[in-house]
Design a protein around this ligand. Structure first.
Ligand code: FAD
Length: 377
């Protein structure tokens, strides 16, 4: 039997619509996915997506904070509790059909559910204790954070994926993309590029003083942002700390000597926001010699420097330089985008208008509490 929703409901209303009243002791519940193709148990207190990933089910997901909609699934039978208001992300038809966001769903009974597992990869989750071993300023508001652990990269972490970082004193874990391809890391080390978001709980903490030596917990790997092998052109765009995931993905492409051309546009405000110039040179000089790699930094707010490179938003620059004035054919190309949500949204539309198929555009939006419906819980 399908579950019925109305638009504009709140979490407590869903609970009532599913006949859920009162508190009671939390229990574990069983989930059957796609008619029994996968089965797992959701432990009391866990959300549906977490349990699926913990059990190695290749459930689609990007942000895991109720904002991207990637983890949506249709409840066929069973009772759930919505942890946030799904109507921020799902439309009326989806709500009526019983669609839920798995990352924002707690269970109140056993569940039958349908989800498009697609090509998503199954990953084995790690929960790793580590120590912040190095903090380096990359720009005035981006730090490189290295976490040292006893864990070697023996498991499948893909370049482009991300980890959750937990520290004492910050209530919820925060997501950060791996900034290096796994095989480019020293054993047991994980590198992140973290931008200061003023007023943000974790980054205010990180930027307040030298945190070297602090104990930290990593949960990983998460995300569906990784390289899809192909011989078509790659168009990459990043802004700010979005450099992390793209750089890691490009390093993996170098390691694999992929046979494809790549253009990477990096958006920054001013000269003082540029970083990783040496690393980009290294990638360029090591790219498969039979193919082209172009790295193009674009400054959006440069007023008075000697910068002679491209100016404006990366998307405007790409349109003007590659779409309007050239015969570049993007029909079979792939897009890889990472960074601020607004930049990604306009880059997706631009790449589609240039001919890239929507399903060939992969991205991670660096969402924070200001873009999570209702903020963090
Ligand atoms: C998949 C993924 C990968 C990511 N990778 C990276 C990465 O590699 N590097 C990186 O720098 N970042 C990355 N991020 C973003 C990162 O996870 C954090 O969201 C970011 O660092 C901010 O964390 P914070 O704790 O400092 O701020 P938060 O506490 O999340 O606050 C962010 C902002 O929102 C405001 N705010 C807080 N509560 C509310 C509310 N209720 N309503 C409105 N506004 C509110 C705060 O004042 C602040 O200005 C990624 C995010 C995702 C989803």
């Amino acid at each position: 039997m399908g579950a019925f929703f109305c638009s504009n409901f709140k979490g407590d209303r869903v609970e009532k619509m599913f006949g859920l009243f009162g508190g009671g002791k939390k229990k574990d519940f069983d989930v059957s996915v796609n008619g029994g193709a996968a089965k797992f148990t959701v432990k009391a207190g866990d959300n549906l997506l977490k349990a699926a990933l913990d059990n190695g089910v290749a459930w689609p997901h990007d942000c895991r904070v109720g904002s991207c909609g990637s983890c949506k699934a249709i409840v066929k039978s069973g009772k759930i509790k919505a942890l946030t208001d799904f109507s921020y992300v799902l439309d009326g038809d989806q709500l009526k059909s019983g669609t839920v966001l798995a990352c924002q769903t707690a269970l109140k009974s056993d569940l039958d559910i349908e989800v498009e597992l697609g090509e998503e990869i199954a990953t084995e989750m790690l929960s790793i204790d580590g120590t912040i071993s190095q903090v380096v300023d990359l720009t005035h508001d981006i730090k490189e954070l290295v976490v040292s652990t006893d864990t070697a990269f023996t498991r499948a972490m893909l370049a482009g994926q991300y980890a959750e970082i937990e520290v004492e004193g910050v209530s919820d874990p925060r997501s950060y993309s791996f900034a290096k391809a796994p095989s480019n890391e020293n054993d047991g080390e994980f590198t992140f590029y973290i931008r200061h978001v003023p007023g943000g709980a974790f980054t205010d903490w990180l930027f307040a003083e030298d945190r070297t030596g602090t104990a930290i917990k990593l949960n990983a790997p998460f995300g569906q942002f990784y390289h899809r092998p192909d011989d078509s052109m790659m168009v990459c765009m990043a802004g700010g700390s979005g450099m992390s995931a793209i750089k890691s993905l490009l390093e993996a492409c170098v390691n694999d000597q992929v046979e494809r051309d790549c253009i990477y546009l990096f958006g920054a405000r001013t000269l003082k926001d540029l970083y990783c110039a040496d690393e980009m040179e290294q990638i360029k000089s090591s790219w498969n010699k039979n193919f082209k790699f172009d790295y193009i930094p674009v400054l959006s707010a440069d007023q008075d420097s000697d910068w002679t490179g491209p100016k404006g938003y990366v998307t405007d620059y790409f349109k003007q330089a590659y779409l309007d004035n050239s015969s570049m054919n993007l029909t079979n190309a792939q897009g890889y985008l990472c960074g601020p949500p607004a930049m990604i949204d306009s880059a997706i539309e631009l790449l589609k208008s240039g001919g890239i198929q929507e399903e060939s555009i992969y991205y991670d939006k660096f969402l924070d509490a200001s873009s999570i419906p209702g903020g963090r819980k």
